[in-house]
Structure formats: structure tokens, C-alpha cells
Ligand binder design. Structure first.
Ligand code: TXA
Ligand code: MG
Length: 355
């Protein structure tokens, strides 16, 4: 199959919509990461997504809709007050909600679950494409399963060339980490994946919010995460990634930042001395502290949005540079920092050195 890479002209979007309607797979931008779309109501179409990604069949897909009218056919009953409040506050946007599913949604889309994940993206290209398709669009992140999510059309092409019909190139995404997932099918809304709609923002709307323990640390074998995707090794670069974190959790004081950079430098020097290719993820503030290795700043500590935006692209860059080891500084866990550290910790397989 020849994969076409097209800018989002009206003609290209019309053709992409037609491809989706006829059961084919199309890569497209959203405000979070690039998605790999197919008709969510067509089990054979959805099967093509799993094949292109090499994704385990029990890992359910998020169904994307263009407007509020798209929700009713997907869900078993009217949204409750929590869901309604969240939709009013954050749709369209980077928030996915889990509802009991209607009979129309195939189990192939929900990985055999009786619930369905639904999101209304705010990205105008995504929104236009879904509207043109005229069907709900199931779309996981457009990476090969286990690789960092794509934040540019070139990343999608790296993973999907020859495997899908078309990629719409809408440029670099805005946010850079996947949507926040909140389960509203339970009594107390529960965050299954942190994202740009932060815990603080959710609490401001809902009051009480729970967080799935799978988000906070490595899982013991007996704990099943509520979002099946969270159990797989994820967001992983090819190199062995280690995070360095101040033991006291303090990321503000000059002293703890200094301890962190010193440790990153020491660990990197050890591997460099052994002859390995070593990547370092630092910040604009600490860039001057490192002189050896493949040193990359992820952005300023003062701008979490920039750090989130650059994260996956940097992990892919280290793949291209054939790094054997990567050592990374860590970030505060509040606001968008929770999503950043969730992705970094998972990419590191929870290999975290405390200093
Ligand atoms: O930002 C995003 O959400 C992107 C863009 C393309 O919209 N999509 C995305 O999809 O990140 P994906 O497939 O990479 O991640 C979906 C996550 C998985 O962890 C999956 O297990 C979980 O959502 N999920 C989907 N349906 C679910 C359900 N019914 N119950 C619990 N978790 C679910
Ligand atoms: Mg994904």
C-alpha cells in the first residue's frame, strides 16, 4: 500500500472522510497527539487499526465525535451530572470520558468491554475530518504499539508508511501528551490517565475525583488498571531510560536541582566511559551543566506546556541518534507535571534514581 501524505486542504479532507466512511485507516492530527482513525462502528475497519499498530486486541480504542449529537448513539443511557459538567467545561478538548456503551458500538472497538471511551477533539482539522466522515472515528495514537506517540505527521509516517492509506499533515500538535481519561461510569469520577485537563481543573468542576492507582506507580501483578492500555510498556524509546529525582520531592530549591543535575551528569559520564551512546534530557536552566553526551533541552522548567510539547519528539530523536542510555531530569507532579511524569516514568519502566 502506498501511504499518501497530504496537507489538510478541503479536497484532501473530503477524500480522507470518504476513506474513513469506506472502512479505511487515516492518520490525522488532534490537539493532543496524532491519531490513527477508522470507522468506530465497523469491526472490520477497526481491525485494520489493530493490525497497523500491532496493538493487542484487548486494548480498547477512543471513539472521536465532531459534535455533541454524536454522543447519544454511542452510550447506553443519558450522561449523568458528572459527565454533563465535564462535557460543558472541557468539550471540545483533550478530555476522554468513559460511559456504558450502547449495543451499536462493536466489542472490537471497546476491546470486549461494556464501556466506551468518547472524546470530542478541539483541533479544527480533526473536527472537520470527523464531520466529513459522517461516522464516529475510533482513533488510538498513531504510533506502532509501544513506541512514543507521534506529535508530527513525519512521526506517523515513520511508523505507518505502507500500512495505511493516508496521513493528513496538520503540522506539530499543540499539547503533545494524550487526552486525560475520566471514567464517569462509576459513582466517583476516576482519572485513568492524566493529561492536559489536570487534576486541579477536574476538582474545580467536580469537587471529588479519584485517581486510578495504576497512574501513580509501577503495578503489582494482581492490580488491573482500569484503562487496559496502561498495563502495556508504553511510550518507550529504544534506549534504556533512567529518571533522576530529588528524594525530598522538592524541585524548587537550587540545592535539589543541583543534586539532580550532578547525578544525571555522573550517571551519564559512567556510561560514556564504557563507550556507550548516552542521551541527556535536561532543561534550558540546566543546559550549561552538561558538556558530554547527546544533550537535549526539553524546554524551560518554568513552562510545563513546552516540556509536554517536546517530550515524545525528544524520545524519538534519541531513537534516531541510536542512544543506548538516556538519563533525564524530572519535574514537579502538579498540574500538567502529573501527565509529564506519568509518561516519563512509564517510558523509564519506573527506573527512577532518587538523590
Ligand atoms: O489524546 C488522545 O486520547 C489520543 C488522540 C488520538 O485522541 N488517543 C489516544 O488513544 O491516546 P490510545 O488508544 O493511544 O489510548 C487510549 C487509552 C488506552 O489506555 C485504553 O486502554 C483506554 O484509553 N481506553 C479506551 N477505552 C476504554 C474503556 N472503555 N475503559 C477504560 N479505558 C479505555
Ligand atoms: Mg497510545
Amino acid at each position: 500500500m502506498k501511504t499518501e501524505l497530504l496537507f489538510p486542504t478541503p479536497e484532501a479532507l473530503a477524500r480522507a472522510g470518504e476513506l474513513l466512511r469506506s472502512g479505511e485507516v487515516v492518520g490525522f492530527p488532534t490537539e493532543t497527539v496524532y491519531g490513527l482513525g477508522a470507522n468506530a462502528m465497523d469491526e472490520a475497519a477497526v481491525e485494520k487499526i489493530f493490525a497497523a499498530k500491532g496493538r493487542p486486541g484487548d486494548n480498547p480504542l477512543i471513539v472521536h465525535i465532531a459534535d455533541a449529537d454524536g454522543l447519544a448513539p454511542l452510550i447506553a443511557s443519558e450522561p449523568g451530572p458528572h459527565a454533563r459538567a465535564l462535557m460543558d467545561a472541557f468539550w471540545p478538548g483533550p478530555l476522554t470520558l468513559i460511559f456504558p456503551k450502547s449495543d451499536l458500538v462493536p466489542y472490537g472497538t471497546t476491546g470486549g468491554l461494556d464501556t466506551v471511551a468518547v472524546r470530542m477533539p478541539s483541533d479544527p482539522v480533526a473536527n472537520r475530518l470527523i464531520a466529513l466522515a459522517g461516522v464516529p472515528v475510533a482513533a488510538p495514537s498513531a504510533n506502532t504499539s509501544g513506541r512514543p506517540s507521534p506529535t508530527t505527521a513525519q512521526h506517523v509516517l515513520q511508523d505507518m508508511d505502507g500500512k495505511i492509506e493516508m496521513i493528513i499533515d496538520g503540522g506539530a500538535v499543540g499539547i503533545g501528551v494524550e487526552s486525560t481519561i475520566v471514567d464517569v461510569s462509576v459513582d466517583v469520577p476516576t482519572v485513568l490517565r492524566p493529561g492536559a485537563i489536570t487534576m486541579e481543573m477536574l476538582k474545580a468542576v467536580l469537587g471529588e475525583v479519584q485517581i486510578d492507582p495504576a497512574i501513580l506507580g509501577p503495578m503489582s501483578a494482581d492490580v488491573r488498571p482500569k484503562a487496559p492500555g496502561m498495563k502495556y510498556k508504553h511510550y518507550a524509546p529504544k534506549a534504556d531510560l533512567t529518571l533522576v529525582e530529588p528524594a525530598d520531592g522538592d524541585m524548587e530549591s537550587a540545592d535539589s536541582l543541583e543534586r539532580m543535575t550532578r547525578k544525571v551528569r555522573q550517571l551519564a559520564e559512567e556510561k560514556l566511559a564504557e563507550g556507550f551512546r548516552v542521551g541527556i534530557i535536561c532543561t534550558d536552566e540546566s543546559r550549561g551543566q552538561y558538556s558530554n553526551g547527546l544533550v537535549r533541552s526539553i524546554g524551560s522548567r518554568k513552562k510545563r506546556e513546552t516540556v509536554a510539547h517536546n517530550l515524545y519528539g525528544l524520545l524519538r530523536e534519541f531513537d534516531d541518534l541510536k542512544a543506548d542510555y538516556i538519563f533525564s531530569e524530572s519535574f514537579p507532579q502538579d498540574h500538567l507535571g502529573q501527565a509529564i511524569m506519568n509518561r516519563l516514568s512509564k517510558a523509564a519502566g519506573y527506573h527512577i534514581v532518587k538523590v
